[in-house]
Design a protein around this ligand. Structure first.
Ligand code: FAD
Length: 479
């Protein structure tokens, strides 16, 4: 049953209809249902309203109206996030930023572009490619996800291994603060605290990004892409450590296990080597002169570690097909199960074989199937727990298995998230990663930005620590 709107919400929406126009404010049951979840199905929450601002000034009006009436709000891009970050779990308003999707400025000579937050990641590269440029962070969701969401999650992608994540390509952002002020952050070398780095990865809890200035790279002079088959994931993981250990630095080193390969074959009819238990997709880039040698060296290390076959993409078309397969791997899993939940733990690369054994054991114990496709070079796992029904029992098993996988990542010296963020999914696990003092610092920092606590509440910090108090080893510490 939809809840009746509170007088405060009604007053807030009335004000926004006056300021933004009635068409920008939706609170009917059908419209708000669309915003009940993100890319993960496990953390649903229907908002009370959705608003569609078209400019930074309108975003500021939305934030001010919410603050004036005490209504929580949460920014949203394309909703491809996987940690439940873009939903209104405390009720309130979703601020949909995907209609702010213009390129504001592009300077090819300076290799920089300024875009609104709703511009899709892939569209940045499409816009600049005719000038011999590209935007490096390339999440597998790049055809859909927005730059605003990328900044909020500090997103990476298969090429993170060499190119880094969003913050490494961010020159500045414009944000609407939780006070409703429009502020420019970053820009060319400025002294003082690095607020840009703080905002990148803050998951929409410190303000709403209304523009981003991005650094562009020159289109790579030369690229070699290899598909290497191994009898097992363990062999493939050992090869990953050996490649990096030998001093080689491919720009991408991705692992696909046999379940994913089967799903890709079923979905797209792609042909992969027979008998492979795992595939590595390896890409190396650089000046043309050294490329052949580099690819040969990688091939040699792969063979030393038990490769069944090594296929070098013959041309751009074959290379594009291999990447299409990698980037659509999650979608292809829909062929073998109705639902999946993707985890995002990180562990030291050398522990990958051991960790994947744990993943299989945990999934089996919870009677779930698991498929793995992940950024192996970064030690960034994405075990996909597959399930067919959404009964309470199944959901509980999926959640429990996910939490166990993350706990095991921490035990092996890793961390909770490589790129999908904490959101609501991992907020309680933050207390396993950080001690009370660190959490108190986070809490105070957040309160300094957002004293009213209305900006994406209930995300990132464990409950009880996100609203001005920290529970430390049995005693309560005020902040
Ligand atoms: C199939 C698939 C593959 C994926 N592969 C990758 C991958 O390779 N690498 C990777 O990093 N991620 C990946 N993701 C996760 C996801 O796509 C990224 O986290 C992405 O950056 C989210 O962008 P979005 O526009 O969809 O944001 P949303 O899901 O709408 O929001 C995500 C978070 O950002 C906040 N937010 C959104 N816009 C703004 C804004 N303008 N200002 C402030 N806060 C904002 C939201 O409040 C929320 O907390 C994948 C997801 C899927 C479904």
């Amino acid at each position: 049953m939809p809840r009746a709107p509170s007088p405060a919400l009604t007053a807030c929406l009335d004000a926004l209809r006056t300021q933004l126009g009635a068409a920008a404010v939706h609170d009917d049951a059908d419209s708000i249902l669309v915003y009940e979840s993100d890319g993960s199905r496990l953390h649903d929450a229907v908002p009370e309203a959705v608003v569609f601002p078209r400019s930074a000034a309108q975003v500021a009006q939305v934030v001010r109206a919410c603050v004036r009436h005490g209504v929580p709000y949460v920014g949203r891009g394309a909703g491809t996030g996987l940690s439940g970050g873009a939903m209104a779990h405390d009720g309130g308003v979703v601020v949909a930023l995907n209609r702010m999707n213009k390129v504001l400025r592009f300077d090819a000579a300076e290799r920089r572009i300024r875009v609104e937050p709703g511009v899709r990641n892939l569209d940045v590269t499409r816009h600049v490619a005719p000038h011999g440029l590209y935007y490096a962070p390339d999440p597998s969701s790049q055809a859909a996800c927005t730059i605003g969401g990328n900044v909020a999650h500090n997103s990476g992608g298969p090429h993170t291994l060499k190119d880094g994540v969003t913050v490494n390509h961010l020159l500045g952002v414009q944000v609407v603060t939780p006070q409703g002020e429009i502020v420019e952050v970053g820009g060319d070398e400025r002294p003082g605290y690095d607020l840009l780095a703080l905002l990148a990865g803050s998951e929409g809890t410190l303000g709403l990004v209304t523009a981003a200035e991005l650094k562009l790279l020159r289109t790579r002079e030369s690229v070699r892409t290899l598909l290497v088959a191994y009898p097992s994931v363990e062999h493939a993981c050992e090869a990953v450590s050996a490649i990096i250990g030998s001093g080689l630095l491919p720009c991408a080193l991705e692992l696909l296990d046999v379940e994913v390969v089967d799903a890709l074959t079923a979905a797209f009819g792609l042909e992969f080597p027979d008998g492979a238990g795992a595939l590595l997709l390896i890409e190396t880039d650089g000046p043309l002169a050294g490329m052949k040698t580099e690819a040969k060296r990688i091939e040699a290390v792969c063979k030393e570690h038990g490769a069944l076959s090594v296929r070098l993409a013959a041309d751009d078309a074959e290379r594009a097909q291999l990447w299409k397969a990698r980037k659509q791997a999650f979608g292809a899993l829909g062929r073998i199960a109705r639902h999946y939940s993707t985890q995002d733990g990180v562990i030291p690369r050398t522990r990958l074989p051991e960790m994947l054994r744990h993943v299989r054991e945990i999934a089996a114990r919870h009677e779930l199937r698991v498929a793995n496709v992940f950024h192996a070079g970064d030690g960034n796992l994405h075990p996909c727990l597959l399930y067919d029904d959404e009964s309470a029992d199944t959901t509980a098993r999926v959640v429990a298995a996910g939490q166990e996988i993350l706990a095991r990542c921490l035990e092996l010296g890793g961390t909770l998230s490589g790129e999908h963020g904490v959101g609501i999914e991992k907020r309680e696990a933050m207390a396993q990663l950080f001690d009370a003092t660190a959490l108190e610092v986070f809490t105070n920092l957040r309160a300094a930005f957002d004293p009213t606590g209305l900006c994406n509440p209930g995300k990132v910090l464990p409950l009880g620590r996100g609203c001005g108090e920290v529970l430390a080893a049995g005693k309560q510490v005020s902040s």
